[in-house]
Design a protein around this ligand. Structure first.
Ligand code: C2E
Ligand code: CA
Ligand code: CA
Length: 406
């Protein structure tokens, strides 16, 4: 890439497809190639003759745009790229939803040589991923530290799993009528020797990219199930254990036999367990997900859809899936009870779950007003800071002994 030094504004877009690896892993490389061709065609159709598109390899592309008047123009272009890539791709009977994360660096603001601009756009792209993917981000100088941290984390994660630096926290799920505990969700944290407790948002995407998520999730499953069984053995009543299942986990061929063996080995009754999956994990490859979920359900383990309302769920699939429960996404709960839209969406999700005969739980419930609104509207199961933050096992044990005390 060559950038001539004439004073005019250039923008470098670093585009990376979100969760592309999942397409390759679940549908095969041929399908992955078709998707990449489609993506590059869309990008080609999008750019002007003065722009330069390049594929860096894998699912990474760059576009160098010349003669942009303001950074705002670059933002608009970023939005347009996101939009053109988020349109569904239809291949061989599959409908794929591919989204992208984009980092943008600007000349002359951020630097004046190509290699720096590329490095900066790359760092901004990682930031876009970190903030939930499917968006664009401009470079800022703190990002280079972040990118450095990321590389460090990638190498550290493997070691930390070996060193058992992860811990499982538990967040109670409560019956909002009676204030009684009905179960809990296991949430992983990284107890870093020098950095302290690190939240999952900071390391899960790295664990997903490197594939370490499978091992990590299995460790969480084993640890949390062992803990739950221990509580039952002590005569406590922890209720149902909810575990988050990474998309990748569902795609592992041995997942079912692993789950089956783990339940037996630990002495965990299937009815004590509930697995949470996201809509996108299902919709990514619905046929496959359907088969796996059916088998999980046949084991007697319940299934919940996490972050409901944020993904691309299709009602026709929802009806066919062996799902027992829906978790209303926090973003709707945050707006309750005064925001009309949030309230409307929440009520319709509750109504939908009733009509499909599913239980419903709300998460991210921080205040008594929100709890009351939900309970009055028929969502009895509540999870959120109002009752308790996620807490380590010893604190949870005290709560189980004493009863809830919020
Ligand atoms: P999630 O499954 O949606 O979990 C709920 C998240 O909301 C948790 O964040 C929890 O601490 C937070 N939360 C609960 N109540 C409230 C509230 O009242 N207010 C606010 N502001 N937040 C609340 P956390 O523990 O940081 O986990 C983030 C995400 O990381 C989880 O979102 C889940 O997707 C993922 N995750 C956590 N543990 C695991 C794991 O063991 N395996 C996998 N695959 N994913 C995990
Ligand atoms: Ca969850
Ligand atoms: Ca959730």
């Amino acid at each position: 890439m060559k950038i001539s030094i004439v004073i005019r504004r250039l923008a470098l877009f670093f585009i990376d497809l979100d969760r592309f690896k999942q397409i390759n892993d679940s549908l095969g490389h041929d399908m992955g190639d078709i998707v990449l061709k489609e993506v590059s065609q869309r990008l080609k159709a999008k750019i002007r003759s003065t722009d330069t598109l390049a594929r860096l390899g894998g699912d990474e592309f760059t576009i160098l745009m010349e003669d942009l008047k303001t950074p705002h123009d670059a933002a608009l272009q970023g939005q347009k790229i996101i939009h053109v890539l988020e349109q569904p791709i239809h291949v061989e009977g599959h409908t794929l939803y591919v989204t992208s994360s984009i980092g943008i660096s600007l000349y002359p603001e951020d630097g004046d040589d190509a290699s720096h601009l590329l490095k900066y756009a790359d760092a901004a792209m990682y930031k876009a991923k970190e903030e939930g993917r499917h968006n664009y981000k401009f470079y800022s100088s703190e990002m280079i530290d972040l990118a450095f941290e990321r590389v460090q984390m990638e190498t550290n994660l493997y070691q930390s799993l070996k060193n058992e630096e992860f811990v499982v926290y538990y967040q109670p799920q409560i019956d909002g009528y009676t204030d009684k505990l009905i179960g809990m969700e296991a949430l992983v944290r990284w107890q870093h020797p020098s950095k302290g407790l690190i939240a999952p948002d900071k390391f899960l995407s790295i664990a997903e990219d490197t594939g370490l998520i499978v091992e990590l999730d299995r460790w969480v499953m084993k640890t949390a199930m062992t803990q739950l069984v221990e509580w039952y053995k002590k005569g406590l009543n922890p209720g149902k254990l909810a575990l988050n299942l990474a998309t990748k986990q569902l795609q592992e061929e041995d997942f079912l036999s692993m789950l089956h063996d783990m339940l037996i080995e630990i002495g965990m009754k299937p009815e004590w367990l509930e697995l949470e999956i996201t809509e996108s994990a299902i919709m990514n490859n619905p046929q496959h997900a359907m088969a796996v979920l059916k088998s999980i359900s046949e084991l007697g383990v319940e299934l919940a859809i996490d972050d409901f309302g944020t993904g691309y769920s299709s009602l026709s699939y929802l009806k066919k899936l062996p799902i027992n429960k829906i978790k209303i996404d926090q973003s709707f709960i945050r707006e309750l009870p005064f925001d009309e839209k949030g309230a409307g969406i929440t009520k319709s999700i509750i109504a939908l779950s009733k009509s499909l005969n599913l239980r419903v739980v709300a998460e991210g419930v921080e205040t008594s007003e929100k709890r009351d609104f939900l309970v009055e509207n028929g969502c009895i199961n509540i999870q959120g800071y109002f009752y308790s933050k996620p807490i380590p096992a010893d604190k949870m044990e005290v709560m189980l002994q004493k009863g809830l005390n919020h």
